[in-house]
Design a protein around this ligand. Structure first.
Ligand SMILES: C[S@@+](CC[C@H](N)C(=O)[O-])C[C@H]1O[C@@H](n2cnc3c(N)ncnc32)[C@H](O)[C@@H]1O
Length: 214
């Protein structure tokens, strides 16, 4: 049996995210999730599902969702949300850089507000690429480094402490470049600012879109 490469246990962050994440839904995050998932079909793998806030937004064409979540409290909450949502979700333990799935076994992957937090972004994206079939898509909704050099400097400064408070989250990652670097072709991307609460200012710049595995 291979040794798991990453361990994710953030009990304080998990309790905080359960409240803060739910509160953001009413401030626009729910609409972002619905937009990210619109039109998706087939078998889907969701990486770092958190408390399962995406589950209610999967469209009817999605036949199966494997939701991978390594943090124990978040996984428990996601399992409860899976039952409430009625979506065809199975919640499992696992990490992004070692996904519990065969090569090319999914029609699509979903990453929302998670590529900021994985320890090794390139390794996580390589895994997502591996498990999505050729021609399949990655749907993403992530906060990212700002296009403005000044704001990006502020984000890099924030990243001295931000990961310690946010369960490993980084404010200044260039996630769109990383998605392309992993081999995906970005087909649609929308950039926007989203600040659901005052402390979220360093992570205001967001991207939402579709990338395809060629
Ligand atoms: C800010 S939360 C977002 C949760 C959820 N995706 C959402 O949209 O609400 C970040 C998530 O990334 C997960 N995470 C952190 N490191 C991870 C890793 N190496 N593999 C998979 N998930 C990870 C955390 O456990 C947490 O669920």
């Amino acid at each position: 049996m291979s040794k798991r490469r990453d361990t994710v246990r953030h009990p304080i962050f998990a309790r905080t995210y359960a409240r803060v994440g739910a509160a953001a839904e009413g401030k626009g995050a729910a609409e972002h999730r619905a937009e990210m998932l619109a039109g998706l079909t087939g078998r889907v793998i969701e990486v770092g599902a958190g408390t399962g806030l995406n589950f209610r937004h999967y469209p009817p064409g999605v036949t199966e969702i494997l939701a991978v979540e390594p943090e124990p409290l978040l996984r428990k909450l996601a399992t409860e949300e899976a039952a409430r949502s009625g979506a065809p979700v199975e919640v499992v333990d696992g990490v992004a850089d070692e996904l519990p799935a065969a090569d090319a076994s999914f029609d699509a992957g979903v990453a929302s507000l998670v590529l900021c937090s994985v320890r090794d972004q390139a390794a996580a994206l390589a895994e997502v690429f591996r498990v999505i079939r050729p021609g399949g898509e990655l749907r993403f909704y992530e906060h990212v480094v700002a296009e403005s050099a000044r704001f990006a400097r502020f984000q890099r400064a924030a990243d001295v402490v931000w990961p310690l408070c946010g369960g490993g989250c980084h404010a200044s990652r260039d996630t769109l470049a990383a998605i392309e670097h992993a081999g995906f072709v970005v087909e649609e991307v929308r950039r926007f600012r989203f600040v659901p609460c005052f402390v979220a200012r360093p992570v205001a710049p967001h991207i939402l879109g579709i990338a395809r595995r060629p």
